[in-house]
Design a protein. Structure first.
Length: 291
């Protein structure tokens, strides 16, 4: 069976890294369609993944020969809903509600199955009257590095997105008396980290938090969206309200128990959020659709 994967993202964010990891794990029989010469296309080529340039014409042509279509973002979901005759699977990564419009009802009525990135996202789909039997929860997966971090740097993801909490992190750092570095490349910086501060106003899951935990770096995370499904408060990290004083207190709690939190965080990723789990759960969803 040939599966066509669609991702219209023009930058490498969490969703695009997950697509790349999924396709590496799935192997042959899978083709990615993504914007020409974009970062996802270049990264896929480097890894030997079958990849083709995306356009409305190419999507219309390619979907006719596919046995299954997997749309990985909102735009590719729209295009696949319009053109695909094969069964359609859609990944849903965002935490905001589905729009209640005629066009949205048509678009969300087309897929045979949604792959929700968290139980929180599953519930937002059900609130849009999508039947539970058409939704599978498939958590993100991350690679488990050979070693664990031995650093002391306190990191936070760099982002200009106003829904992310960089402003809250800066205020909390001043209150706690710690220097927090904003990282634009967590994969590079985590081996030297001692803590990740992941503050956001909306989150489907939080793959950056998973990446930190895989490195044995505990996470201070907002108690929003799918993050509480990753971070167990006081066990594998610390959850916090989005108030600077609460975040500052959470940072101090996490640093005081860093060693135990780090060990538990890595173990949690190994048990529930590995790439192998994500790939097998995706394969199972495909099987259910085709049955």
């Amino acid at each position: 069976m040939d599966v066509l994967h669609l991702d219209a993202g023009k930058e490498m964010r969490g969703g695009q890294w997950q697509v790349l990891s999924l396709l590496e794990g799935l192997g042959s029989g899978h083709t990615l369609m993504t914007p020409s010469e974009g970062p996802l296309m270049l990264a896929a080529r480097e890894r030997g993944i079958a990849v083709e340039p995306m356009s409305l014409t190419s999507i219309a042509s390619a979907t006719r020969g596919a046995g299954l279509i997997h749309a990985h973002c909102a735009r590719s979901h729209t295009w696949a809903a319009a053109f695909a005759s094969a069964p359609l699977v859609v990944s849903r990564r965002v935490a905001f509600p589905v729009r209640a419009s005629i066009l949205s009802r048509w678009k969300y009525g087309r897929p045979r199955r949604f792959l929700a990135v968290s139980d929180f996202v599953r519930r937002t789909l059900m609130e849009a009257e999508i039947p539970a039997e058409r939704i599978s929860v498939v958590y993100d997966g991350v690679r488990i590095p050979d070693g664990v971090s031995a650093g002391t740097r306190i990191l936070a993801p760099a982002s200009d997105d106003p829904m992310k909490g960089a402003d809250l992190v800066r205020e909390a750092a001043a209150l706690a008396g710690y220097r927090i570095e904003f990282s634009s490349d967590l994969a590079r910086d985590l081996p030297d980290a001692g803590l990740l501060v992941y503050i956001t106003r909306s989150e489907g899951l939080g793959s950056a938090a998973l990446l930190a935990m895989a490195h044995g770096v505990p996470v201070v995370a907002s108690r929003v969206g799918g993050l509480p499904e990753i971070v167990e408060d006081g066990i594998s990290g610390v959850l916090t309200d989005n108030r600077p004083e609460a975040i500052a207190e959470a940072i101090m709690r996490a640093l005081a128990d860093r060693e135990q939190l780090a060990a538990n965080a890595r173990r949690r990723v190994e048990e529930r959020f590995s790439l192998a789990h994500m790939i097998e759960q995706t394969r199972e969803a495909y099987r259910q659709v085709l049955e």
